[in-house]
Each structure stands twice: as C-alpha cells, then as structure tokens.
Write a protein that binds this ligand. Sequence first.
Ligand code: SAM
Length: 280
Amino acid sequence: MLSYRHSFHAGNHADVLKHTVQSLIITALNEKDKPYLYLDTHAGAGRYQLSGEHAERTGEYLEGIARIWQQDDLPEELESYISCVQALNKNGKLRFYPGSPLIARHLLRPFDKLNMTELHPSDYPMLRNEFQKDDRARTERADGFQQLKSKLPPLSRRGLVLIDPPYEMKTDYQAVVQGLVEGYKRFGTGVFALWYPVVLRQQIKRITKELEASGIRRILQIELGVRPDSDRFGMTASGMIVINPPWKLEQQMNNVLPWLLKHLVPSGTGHTKVSWIVPE
Ligand code: SAM
C-alpha cells in the first residue's frame, strides 16, 4: 500500500520538528573533518511545491513553516534549517519546501555521501531528478528498511540514518524498532533518528518500551505536541527518537522547543518534551 504522499503534509509542524533535529545533527557531524554517510530510508520526493494542489488542499504548512521562517527573533538553533528553506525561496515568497534529502544536500560537505531510498512510483522519479548531477548522492527505488541491513556500516564509519516512514501500515510501528535494532547491530557508533507521529499514544509507548528492552543505550526522545492526546483520528503530536545524539542536541532542543511551541501552537494547547528513553 503506497497511498501516502508527503506533498499533502510538507512543511507542517511535524516537518519543522523533524528537520530542525536533522539539521542540528548534520551541523554537529560537520564539526569534524572526517566524511560521513547520510542514509535516508524513506526519502520522499525531495522538494515540495507549497502552491501546488496537494499542499494547498490541506494548508498544513500555513500552521508550520509559514509561521516561523521569517521571524526576526529566530533562535540560532534554527539557522541551518531555515537557511535551507531560504535557499529554495530566494525572493522571499514561500513557494517550495525542502524535504529531508534537500536539507541534507544543502548542509553536507563536498566529501560526504548521501544514500536515499523511496518506493513511491511518482515520488521516486522526482527524487532521482533532484540528485542526477550530484556526485555525492545515490538514489534507489527500494525498500527503506532493507537499507538498514544492506548499507550499514558505511565505509566512513560515521553517519546519520534518518528513518521516516509514513506509518500508513500498522506494521511500520514494529518495523521501525526491528530496523533500529538491525541497524544498530551493524553500526553501533552511528546516529539514528526515527520520526514518529502521535495518533494513538499507546503505539508510541510500545515503541519506547521495546527500545528500552533492546539493550541499546543513549536514546533521546524529543516531542512537540499541538493538541492533547486523543483517541480520535488524527495526529496530535510528533517526535524524534535519536540514538547516539550529538552531545549538544539535548540542550539545543531544550533551548528551541519553547520558541517553536509559542509560534507553532499559539492556542496554548501543545506540549514539548526532551527526555532520555535510555541514558548513557
Ligand atoms: N523523509 C521525507 C522528508 O522528511 O522530506 C518524508 C518522507 S514521507 C514521511 C515517507 C515516504 O516513505 C513516502 O514518500 C513514501 O512513499 C515512502 N515509503 C513508504 N514505504 C516505503 C518503504 N518501505 N521504503 C521506502 N520508502 C517508503
């Protein structure tokens, strides 16, 4: 089943959280001269047209990136992320939103490598076209979870693995844990970043319990909610689970989340969280 299209959701509050964390991890990896691999298992199309039919129909970006990208008091933790958005919208109008592959492309250095997989028959060609002229990058129409076995560890022995499935199949909630365990077994020094939606809180509690029992250490959970948990249909919050986070990430997220909450959820119904599922 491949009915999910990220173009309906690009630039929403969940993307803002995910891409903030992604860009902070990349910036931290860039502090060392050594090359690394960026592995994006569920890459999407790469670029999204916000004036397009899909994004206009839901208008989700209006309550996400549109609320923050031109604020005067932007916290420094958001600078690298917002620089990627600005690079696609040079005339000051918000027309395009960069997906995780374009954020990585903008922030990685000439000697780093990108490896991205996407399965959707419409999104994959767009992703491939974006990277046709980038020597650092390889795109494949392949199963993302499989990459956690076949692409790890990278030759460089450094890297960020972003796992961002659509969760349209309930099995994704188990597959992400299995995938993390498989990936970590092969590449225990890598940074792994898993995105999750809070639709039913119980599903996320199960993920965190399974990770707690996995024996993996240094697992940080970061969350931004826009509404209280509910058992009705729809996403009320989203989060990132990061294994081996860069040492500054916890503090950086503690600094920036109150600002994001204020701007993204002015109604005051939201919440934030930064806590260890498993510490050192
Ligand atoms: N990571 C992207 C970003 O931040 O811009 C968004 C990705 S979107 C949430 C999830 C994507 O996974 C969709 O484009 C979907 O087509 C793709 N997908 C679904 N199942 C997949 C699988 N098994 N392997 C690879 N991609 C898959």
